[in-house]
Design a protein around this ligand. Structure first.
Ligand SMILES: Nc1ncnc2c1ncn2[C@@H]1O[C@H](COP(=O)(O)OP(=O)(O)OP(=O)(O)O)[C@@H](O)[C@H]1O
Length: 314
């Protein structure tokens, strides 16, 4: 198989009546890689991954899973895919163990394999210690984790998760992010949709920025940020003559903008790592005593704003 991507999709398109929900979207994901589709509500994320998962007919485009065409009709490649939708598909009166064993048998795992996978999956989703309770006693986040666990039973090589952390408590959110990272580390290709910038930054090796059905840009966090040429922000907590410090720093060639406020000097710079020593030297000479330095690199939120003119969140 070599370096062949686990998932390759090209030119995906879906039209609902007058509304082109997805228009020419394509990307590929390698084994062990986590790819995030980042975009606001209604951007076309669910529609895109539904076509990838083979549960929605596409109007145009190709989906290749492990090099083979995957489409809703032929159903091939399904065993390679674990699709975890936003909606819960679990039995509330059964325990997590019973739910997992039931679905494992439904997927065609032998009784022994179902038992073994249930135990393994319970560990991955962090529910082993609550596995015997009826699921109706679970928090929303725990139910979500179980929903994810069901999608893992058959050990998919491509895992597709649709905004799995929306509306869950922080503990479950962390558990979900950690289990996704672990599955990728074990070699799964992961397709992850989110409208949370922090999740895309923390979890994804590469991110596709989607808006109004189109992929606006794609790359690593660093590549995306570089693409739009955003500056780093340097915040100095300082005492002394801050007006003079800001003015002097503002004259450095790599400093784009310099300001000051109550106990702080605020700079926009080209590359904080390179310019920081000169900045510290300059502001100290100008009469400021620096107590703390904070560097904020531009984030995907800024990239999104730059590309679309809109904020990522409603
Ligand atoms: N079955 C459908 N029939 C008609 N329009 C649809 C259908 N499914 C989605 N759409 C429309 O397609 C567009 C993209 O929706 P989609 O659900 O893919 O976005 P999303 O990025 O996943 O957003 P969300 O986070 O809100 O689910 C929206 O304008 C939506 O109203």
């Amino acid at each position: 198989m070599g370096d062949e991507p686990v998932l390759e999709c090209r030119g995906l398109r879906k039209v609902f009546g007058e509304n082109t929900a997805v228009d020419g979207v394509g990307f590929s994901i390698a084994a062990g890689e986590t790819y995030g589709l980042l975009g606001p509500n209604g951007a076309g994320k669910t529609t895109t991954i539904s076509m990838v998962a083979g549960i929605l007919e596409r109007d145009a485009g190709d989906v290749l899973v492990e090099g083979r065409v995957h489409s809703p009709r032929d159903g091939r490649g399904k065993s390679a895919i674990g699709y975890i939708p936003q909606e819960l598909a679990i039995y509330p009166d059964l325990s997590a163990t019973e739910n997992l064993r039931f679905f494992a048998r439904l997927y065609g795992l032998s009784r022994a394999r179902a038992r073994a996978r249930t135990a393994e999956v319970l560990e991955v989703i962090g529910l082993a210690d609550r596995a015997k309770e009826p699921v109706k006693q679970y928090s929303g986040g725990m139910k979500r984790r179980l929903n994810i666990g069901i999608g893992l039973l058959h050990e998919p090589r491509l895992l597709i998760l649709d905004e799995p952390t929306v509306g869950v408590d922080p503990q479950s959110r962390n558990a979900i992010l950690e289990s996704v990272a672990r599955l990728a580390a074990e070699g799964a290709a992961v397709l992850y949709t989110t409208h949370y910038m922090e999740e895309a930054e923390r979890l994804c090796d590469r991110v596709g920025i989607i808006d109004e059905g189109r992929l606006r840009a794609e790359g690593t966090r660093r590549e995306l940020v570089g693409l739009v040429g955003e500056n780093d922000r340097v915040l100095l907590t300082a005492e002394g003559d801050l007006a003079a410090a800001a003015e002097a720093a503002g004259k450095l060639p790599a400093v784009r903008q310099a300001g000051h406020g109550e106990g702080r000097v605020d700079l926009l710079v080209e590359s904080a790592r390179e310019v920081l020593p000169a900045v510290l030297d300059t502001v100290t000479r100008a009469g400021a005593a620096v107590r703390a330095v904070e560097v904020r690199e531009p984030n995907l939120e800024a990239v999104f704003l730059h590309l679309t003119g809109k904020a990522l969140r409603d």
